[in-house]
Structures are given as structure tokens and as C-alpha cells.
Design a protein around this ligand. Structure first.
Ligand SMILES: C[S@@+](CC[C@H](N)C(=O)[O-])C[C@H]1O[C@@H](n2cnc3c(N)ncnc32)[C@H](O)[C@@H]1O
Length: 205
């Protein structure tokens, strides 16, 4: 199982944004939606071996984490607007708690910050996608359950960076050029798929 923790420093943790203007109204949640799309969706299918966590830190006093579990998720469409609609809907559920107990069709939401995702992935091996990290082609990436932290347009805030360091995450670079988060994820998946094609099991939707 591969997991991605997508950290949105400014992305809103509430449903108060417009699908008609995602970049302008959601604190750049659109960046995380594209990253989610790259993490989970492939042509006519879903990566059934991948989980993605959207850590939404942009609403003061109300951080939220949305978990999308590719193993069981249903009806995920690849376009940003449709994915945005699913996340908006989930953020509006009445019964959201401080754990992932609220889970519908593979989408779960909890109130809290990055610690929720870290705790949910206890036992996994942490990596962080960083331009200056070890070249992915030379990296030891045989962990059964790797977790990859990915930043947004601002990268990582200092607190998050320190937390990732304390976890002992290995920094992995997918190349010498700074890419968008979604692009970096696609390259990483590709490198992993080439090593372990069976990981990329998919089910047509
Ligand atoms: C647009 S970049 C962040 C740019 C931000 N201004 C900064 O300086 O960190 C978004 C994320 O994509 C990932 N990323 C981008 N290029 C990468 C590369 N060449 N190798 C590994 N990860 C990369 C990193 O996780 C980064 O935080």
C-alpha cells in the first residue's frame, strides 16, 4: 500500500468554497485536488493500492483531514470539479469527529491536523518529496507500506517540516526541477510502478 499525505497550508477545512471558482475561493484546495487525482486515478480506474490524505490547514481553528482510500473508494471521477464536489460534500457532514469514524464510500473526514494522518498510518515508512532529496532512482524504496509527504504551492510550513523530520522521513527527489505537487506524484508512481508493477492493481470503474 502506498500512502500520500498532501499538506495544504492554506486550503480550507470547511465546505465554504465555490466549485465555480476553486482556486480563488478555497485557499488553493485545487492544488490538493490535482494531487489527489494523480495519487489515486489512472486511465479508466483507480489505484486500489493507494490512500491519500488531504490535510487542510487553511481555516484557522478548524483544520480537517480528508482520507480517500483507493482500496474501497467508489464513484471517483477524475475531473477537478467533481472531486472538489465530493470533498466539499464530505466537509459538510454533520457528524464529523476527531477520528476517521465518519467514512462513506471510501471517503472519511476528521477534525484535526497532520497528526491524525500520521497516527492513521502508524507502522508505515515515512518519505518526504523534496527536490533536494535522494534521487528516486537511487533510493531504497522497498518498504511494504511507504508514506509520502507532499507540499502545496508553498511547500511545507516550519512546524510540519520539523514534524516530518522528527518522524525520520527520508527525502526523495523525483528530479532536478521543481514540479507541481501532482506532477511530482505522477513521476514517483511511475518509478515505483516500474519496480513493482503488481502494486498498480486497478479495477475499472
Ligand atoms: C510546487 S512544489 C513546492 C514549491 C514551494 N514553493 C517550495 O519551495 O517548497 C510542491 C511540492 O511538490 C513536491 N515536489 C516538487 N518538485 C519536486 C521534485 N523535483 N522532487 C520531489 N518532490 C518535488 C514537493 O513535495 C513540494 O513541496
Amino acid at each position: 500500500v502506498r500512502s500520500f499525505i498532501l499538506v495544504g497550508q492554506t486550503a480550507v477545512g470547511s465546505p465554504d468554497f465555490s466549485l465555480d471558482d476553486l482556486p480563488g475561493s478555497s485557499g488553493r484546495l485545487d492544488i490538493l485536488l490535482r494531487a489527489l487525482q494523480s495519487a489515486l486515478l489512472i486511465s479508466h480506474g483507480l489505484r486500489r493500492d493507494t490512500l491519500a490524505y488531504l490535510v487542510l490547514l487553511g481555516t484557522p481553528g478548524c483544520p480537517s483531514v480528508v482520507r480517500v482510500d483507493g482500496r474501497v473508494a467508489e464513484f471517483l471521477r477524475p475531473d477537478e470539479r467533481s472531486l472538489g464536489g465530493r470533498i466539499k460534500n464530505a466537509l459538510g457532514w454533520k457528524s464529523i469527529r476527531q477520528d476517521f469514524s465518519e467514512d462513506r464510500q471510501g471517503i472519511a473526514v476528521a477534525r484535526g491536523g497532520i497528526e491524525l494522518a500520521i497516527a492513521d498510518l502508524e507502522g508505515s515508512t515515512p518519505f518526504v518529496l523534496e527536490e533536494a532529496g535522494v534521487d528516486v532512482r537511487a533510493a531504497e524504496l522497498t518498504a511494504e507500506h511507504p508514506t509520502f509527504f507532499v507540499g502545496d504551492h508553498l511547500g511545507f510550513d516550519r512546524g510540519t517540516r520539523e514534524r516530518i523530520e522528527r518522524l525520520g522521513a527520508t527525502a526523495i527527489s523525483v528530479g532536478p526541477i521543481r514540479l507541481h505537487a501532482d506532477q511530482a506524484i505522477v513521476v514517483l508512481h511511475n518509478e515505483l510502478d516500474r519496480r513493482e508493477p503488481l502494486c498498480a492493481t486497478t479495477t475499472p470503474q
